[in-house]
Ligand binder design. Sequence first.
Ligand SMILES: [Cu+2]
Length: 688
Amino acid sequence: MRHPGQRAIAVLTTLSFSLLMVMPARAADPEIDRLVRGPAGKDWVTNGGNLTNQRYSTLKQIDTTNVAQLKGAWMTRLKGSGAAGKYSFEASPLVKDGTMYVVTGNDDVFALNAKTGTIIWEYWSGIDQKISTVCCGWVNRGLAMGEGLLFLGQLDANVVALNMKTGEVVWKTPIEKWENGYTITSAPLYYDGIVYSGIAGGEFGVRGRLTALDAKTGAILWRSYTLPAPGERGSETWPAGTDHSMRGGATIWNTPALDPDLGLVYFVTGNCGPDYDGSMREGDNLYCASMMALKMKTGEYVWHFQQVHHDIWDYDAASPVVLFDTVIDGKPRKGIAEAGRTGWVYILDRTDGKPLIGIDEKPVPQDPRQKTAKTQPIPRGEAVVPQCAEILVGYEKAGCIFETFWETPVLIQPSGIGGTNWSPVPYSPDTGYFYVPGTVRTSAFTRFGDKYLHGQRYTGGSQSAPIGSAMSGTFTAIDAKTNTIAWQHKTPYRIGGGGGSSVTAGGLVFRGEPDGNFLALDAKTGKELWRFQTGFGADAPPVFYEVDGEQYVAIATGGNQLQGSAYGDAVWAFSLKGQMGPLWPPPPPSTVAGPTGPIIAGADTVRAGANNVEYSFAPARIRIKAGSTVTFTNIGDLPHSATSMDRGKFDTGVLVKGQSKAITFTQPGNFYYICLPHPWQYGQVIVE
Ligand SMILES: [Cu+2]
């Protein structure tokens, strides 16, 4: 027992400490803080399930013995929000006390009765449809909640708080302007009165940062930049006397994680800018493609680990970091992991950022023109996708990961979209496995020295999968103690930019596929136990919740531009008492590469070298009526052609800068075309 006098001294000491420092406030939302510190159970109140991003639920009413009986409890269409080719649906619904909240690719938010699917309220974002700085599909990766508010980051670079009961806007804080190249695609994280939001825009010459906002008012508490200004820590990894770091990318594409005991907030950063041109930015280029830890209250730097030095491959770290506790060599360890676009899982000690299993700096191919890094960090263990490309007709060179390139295209695998892209990686404390979706794809990488133009694309080259080349995927259980493969499924489609998955105490991993199928697997063995056709691209990560004693599994199925899956606006919930059967399968995504992006109907102009991207056609895909005339204009710096794959069908011939050629399409058909001088530049004309 303590002596009363001792207690008085303790109180006095605490008081004077508080007066000197910051008054320790009572938690603004003790219930949410408590829920996000523990594993997800009845409710799913933050994007990654809890502060660890493990996407693990303790619910086990649905388990390996009964999952085969699972059927649809309800399916709700979200009034066409985000249901078009330009959108991707990547959000996890949140659920609290029987109400579900879900955000679409248009940043519109819907509250639903989680038991029936009935819409309770709607928030229509009204974001400017002219936003031209979205990198890779109009997308919102999810919401956060706390203090009776829902928080979302919008593509117009605002963070918005909505009243959870009504959907009314309570505050709206501009973080940046989209016209400057910035967007927000990540789900924010709420903890202890603070909303953490990462900014995107790494393809547009921006400066990445994590912003902390006061949850009650939306006031910005601090900004922590992921790129050093000249003279700041890390600036020695950029060329002295230049401001290349100020537009060097390192943006944050996904939800942070947080360890309240260590007082740290964690996240990963994306590629360096310009993506494929390292010639002017000699050095490692911190903190691009890095895992980072900051003090959660102040944003002060604590540690970093760079996955790819001097990135020239668009090897973003884009999947959310996962915190986990484990025992290695008999010692309890606090881990953090992230699945990279490189195909490796990077596993560190989250107290100090040092490798937990081992990551070795090894020599890699060199090209002095690209100022390549001498070595790259290679994790011990196994990669989840193949890391060497095979040679294809029309190309001179193929290489493995970290192969170099200049102005002649080089085939490299993994491509710059992964490995693992934005997709989250669940972790089960029961199996000790990470579940990693991966994309198997080859890209032709080419450097081209784009000029920096404020708010314009700034990639310095391109990477495209050669038209007709094969694409597929993997879904891999990685043992967290060894970083080796416990089991692996080869998937027919690439799923590193989709294939959303989550895991339960019922011994199940649920995962979606871009062909609309939603699957349940035995988390220990990988055995498929259930499969259901949702009718739309099932790429978003599922969640689990319970209402009135019944467990549900929910997934937003709305397709994904990156995955090439069928778009939609549906949310499905499944339960053991469900009655609804599957829908017709939607058109499956392609398993060979070709033009991607929305199909523009009635376009009469296609521009080569547009939008500050030399090796591009815009729009890349058009649909016209037979008898229509399309004018191909070269506005790039290099000569380009539009030449049908079957060269007899149409050919503009090589056009120099400013030159045009009109082509009249008389025959219906589906025509793919390439640029003859640059066969990795391609487009599509559909004639009806
Ligand atoms: Cu070209």
